[in-house]
Design a protein around this ligand. Structure first.
Ligand code: NAD
Length: 456
């Protein structure tokens, strides 16, 4: 497919209002759900080929979220699309004020490989719900899932409306030369900068869903067993290849040993040390990432794990103890199953350290709700997070999901997703029966007096 022709055809499709009617948007979303449902087998097979992700985890962390997003949009998009009345200020009385949501036009969605279905399809669903056309560019690293999405979407929808454009850096760069009405990007910070720069040339609005190092604070008064459980789940899900995975632990020195032992006990139970493909543990996406990750393991500081197998792209859950902020593993987002532990005696010192670093995408605190927890939440700026849990804030669609600073700009999911792909047009509508004489010259003293009375 030639990019220019594809974009021109989508522009015409949008221009003639073919995405506008809400009943058509609903029908298209239902159609997408039917297609995904009736091809689940293909979806499971493709992701398993990409990085050994099991059916269970694929349903839990990908398909269920996509179906939920479609269900909510189908139910609510008519309401979201309605003009919303707002109060009119006194000088404009007796007028009416309202805000009309309208679609932006042609959207480019660029996906990441680590949750290849949901990171591509949830923005697409929001864009369709808001009345846009979409070109989706999934990650080339998860080749099989990219192919299956292209096959299912391109053979079931008109390319003027939805099209999956496969490819890597070259193809994405070509797409980025074009003018879109919105670009939604999920991926790394360096590529986020490339996307932002390309968008700026056309003044195209962007949502950037990026990454960063997400800390977990573990306070003395936490429920230790539950803390260990929820950290282990959030960290080793998808073998740590999750944008909001706990990146490193900041634990009160007094409970560090107990926390480590709880996590060890749990890991031994959950993940037997077998390198053969397991239903319960995914692989590293490719050799480049495998090498990057294994280079981060400081053998002298391994508390648990450390086993790796390059043939099978397997890295066993690994805990690195006695880490300090100056260790190499603390430079960049880990994005793999390696968990560094930093202990502290003064909470304020580590708060200051986290505050002085780039703003995290997520932050987690384990402890009893109180001054210390509130202090962490209010002192540190981060995208979103949880108290006494990890990762799951992103599963609540009422919480807009996104980063801040280098971890991203903008947010999405459910209504926030609809808003990300809409323009809110503000209208003041006035009757013609009355016109305040104060607006017009000559500007007399008494008029200024009256104006001040009215406006102050
Ligand atoms: P990536 O930035 O390498 O790739 C993302 C997309 O950009 C892919 O589609 C890829 O083809 C394209 N791309 C890569 N290099 C490019 C270039 N030079 N020019 C134009 N396009 C290019 O990211 P990734 O490896 O797929 O994902 C990992 C990163 O994404 C991590 O940092 C992770 O934290 C982040 N992430 C963020 C979220 C979120 O929701 N905030 C979700 C998942 C992943």
């Amino acid at each position: 497919m030639i990019i220019n022709e594809l974009i021109d055809s989508q522009r015409l499709f949008f221009f003639y209002g073919r995405t506008k009617e809400t009943f058509k948007r609903v029908a298209n979303l239902k159609k997408l759900k039917d297609i995904l449902k009736s091809n689940e087998k293909l979806l499971y097979e493709a992701i398993y080929k990409d990085f050994g992700k099991s059916k269970y985890e694929t349903y839990e962390t990908e398909l269920s979220l996509i179906y939920h997003e479609i269900n909510v949009a189908v139910k609510k998009l008519k309401r979201w699309s309605k003009p919303k009345k707002v109060r009119t200020n006194i000088p404009n009385m007796p007028g009416k004020s309202f805000i009309i949501p309208e679609p932006l036009g042609i959207v480019l969605v660029i996906g990441a490989w680590n949750y290849p279905y949901q990171l591509s399809l949830i923005p697409l669903i929001s864009a369709v719900a808001a009345g846009n056309t979409v070109i989706l560019k999934p990650s080339e690293l998860s080749k099989n899932t990219s192919e299956v999405m292209a096959e299912l979407i391109n053979s079931n929808f008109e390319s003027e409306f939805l099209y999956v454009y496969e490819g890597g850096v070259k193809e994405t760069s070509e797409l980025l030369e074009q003018k879109f009405d919105k670009i939604f990007f999920t991926g790394s910070i360096p590529v986020g900068k490339i996307v932002y720069e390309a968008a700026a040339k056309h003044l195209t609005p962007v949502t950037l869903e990026l990454g960063g190092k997400s800390p977990v604070f573990v306070l003395k008064d936490c429920d230790l067993k539950m803390t260990a459980k929820r950290i282990v789940w959030g960290k080793f899900l998808n073998a740590g290849q999750t944008c909001v995975a706990p990146d490193y632990i900041l634990v009160d020195q007094e409970i560090k040993v107990n926390l480590l032992n709880e996590m060890k006990k749990l890991l031994e139970k959950l993940f037997p040390k077998k390198t053969d493909i397991s239903e319960n543990y995914v692989r590293i996406i490719n050799e480049k990432n495998f090498i990057r990750l294994t280079n981060l393991i400081d053998k002298d500081k391994i508390f648990f794990g450390g086993e790796t197998d390059i043939e099978k792209l397997f890295i066993y859950p690994t805990i690195i103890n006695n880490v300090s902020f100056s260790d190499k593993i603390m430079d960049d987002e880990i994005f793999g199953p390696i968990l560094p532990i930093i202990s502290f005696t003064e909470l304020n010192d580590v708060i200051k350290e986290v505050k002085s670093r780039p703003k995290p995408l997520a932050l987690y605190v384990f402890g009893k709700r109180g001054e210390q927890v509130d202090n962490i939440l209010s002192e540190i700026s981060f995208g979103g997070g949880a108290v006494n849990d990890t990762v799951l804030h992103l599963s609540n669609g009422n919480l807009p999901f996104g980063g801040v600073g280098t971890s991203g700009t903008g947010n999405y999911h459910e209504h926030a997703g609809f808003k990300a792909f809409s323009h809110y047009k503000s209208i003041l509508s006035k009757p013609t029966v009355f016109e305040p004489f104060l607006k017009y010259p000559p500007y007399k003293k008494y008029k200024l007096f009256l104006l001040k009375k009215m406006l102050e």
